[in-house]
Design a protein around this ligand. Structure first.
Ligand code: GMT
Length: 378
């Protein structure tokens, strides 16, 4: 199949999922066209069946807001025609599903039919999409998609609760390339980061308010009062300065290592003992799955789709949002006993196997095939 993938190219779960999906589909023989405004961060290799087409929005002083959807839909029209793309898979409803619908209508005028699959990722529904400013357009574009998927059952339920949806929503969970996280590389350099007696706690996110990164610091602050520990903080975002200040006030700056953005999280996770994800809302929690695939137990909030990934008392523990005391208690329960830690690490890896990309990616292929068949009949 010739598949066009539209996504955000930045560090963020939806772009990562879209990129990994495109790469795996290309290995399975499909021709993949990424269409976005920058090369997706995890797209390192553009091979003969992986292509990247950049959307440019020319600056014009008259525009207070540059019209990205317009440029994207025009680019989609051009690329579908030029490369004979058969299906468009858009990740994140805003504005991708809307732009794709416009492209589809323009192409129809020329007798070309290209169906649209929309994948909902989370904040496009729970935080941004349901805002009255966007809601009618988001409802319209979801209903006009030829197939709709959500990355968790929780996100599907949220979508049905918040919008008037006429379409079926298929739940296709996020997935993981287990080989990438199998600890087989021998350069897991734990000694560079911490002393042998110190436990390594990790957090990875885009440091937005929804991630509640202050809770990460508070939980870590409590942990290190009881046992020797270091905190690895991976990511950049609007809360960075606040948390640096919080660490300084608490006197723990020397125990926190800020990595910034990284494309090598597997190398950091390989020496981690515990992952913290106390988010306010999380449709899935891809970072938690990446940790689990590395054999790292997860202490998380119990919000949104996280309970579909992190299993209470098995791969880690879940607490109410903001319950620092409970998260601390659970973290120490795991970390204080090496035998127990080992069991949780093994369980975390085992739980992650459910999300093997070899099981999940064929679900997307089946949806493409069904959608194309249905559209041929119409
Ligand atoms: O919040 C993020 O981490 C970024 C955001 C995005 O859309 O890029 O992530 C959302 O999509 C991820 C991939 O499907 C999910 O794993 C995240 O849970 C989801 N984030 C939220 O719902 C807050």
């Amino acid at each position: 199949m010739k598949i066009g993938i539209v996504c955000y190219p930045t560090f963020g779960g939806s772009g990562v999922v879209a990129t990994e999906l495109g790469l795996e589909l290309s290995k399975r023989g499909h021709e993949i066209h990424f269409i976005t405004y920058n090369q997706p961060v995890r797209l390192e290799l553009v091979s003969h069946n992986v292509h990247y087409h950049e959307v440019n929005v020319p600056e014009y002083p008259l525009f207070h807001y540059q019209p990205y959807e317009l440029a994207l839909s025009s680019k989609l029209v051009d690329m579908v025609k030029l490369h004979k793309i058969e299906i468009l898979h858009v990740h994140y409803a805003i504005p991708h599903a809307y732009a794709a619908y416009m492209a589809k209508k323009m192409l129809q005028e020329e007798g070309i039919y290209v169906p649209i699959v929309t994948t909902l990722h989370g904040t496009d529904i729970t935080l941004v999409g349901s805002h009255p400013f966007y809601k009618p357009a988001v409802t319209f574009s979801i209903n006009k998609s030829d197939a709709v998927t959500a990355v968790s059952k929780s996100l599907k339920d949220d979508t049905l609760r918040l919008f008037d949806i006429k379409n079926d929503i298929h739940v296709v969970p996020n997935f993981i390339d287990l080989d990438k996280y199998n600890h087989s590389f021998t350069d897991c350099q734990r000694g560079m980061m911490a002393n042998d007696n110190e436990k390594i706690i990790t957090h990875i996110s885009n440091l937005r308010p929804v991630k509640r990164v202050q809770d990460v610091i508070s939980v870590f602050h409590n942990i290190q009062k009881e046992i020797p520990a270091k905190l690895m903080f991976i990511g950049e975002g609007p809360e960075k300065e606040n948390i640096e200040l919080q660490c300084q006030k608490l006197g723990i700056l020397d125990k926190v290592i800020f990595f910034g953005r990284s494309n090598e999280i597997d190398k950091i996770l390989c020496f981690s003992d515990l992952f913290l994800l106390p988010s306010q809302t999380e449709s899935f929690g891809l970072a938690a799955l990446e940790a689990m695939a590395s054999g790292v137990p997860v202490i998380s909030s119990n919000t949104g789709g996280i309970p579909e990934v992190n299993k209470q008392g098995v791969s880690g523990y879940l607490s109410n949002v903001g319950d620092i005391e409970d998260m601390t208690k659970n973290a120490l329960h795991i970390l204080k006993d090496d035998a127990r830690l080992k069991v949780f690490k093994d369980n975390a890896r085992n739980e992650s196997l459910k999300f093997d990309l070899h099981t999940i990616v064929p679900q997307y292929e089946a949806i493409y095939e069904d959608t194309l068949t249905k559209c041929l009949v119409l």
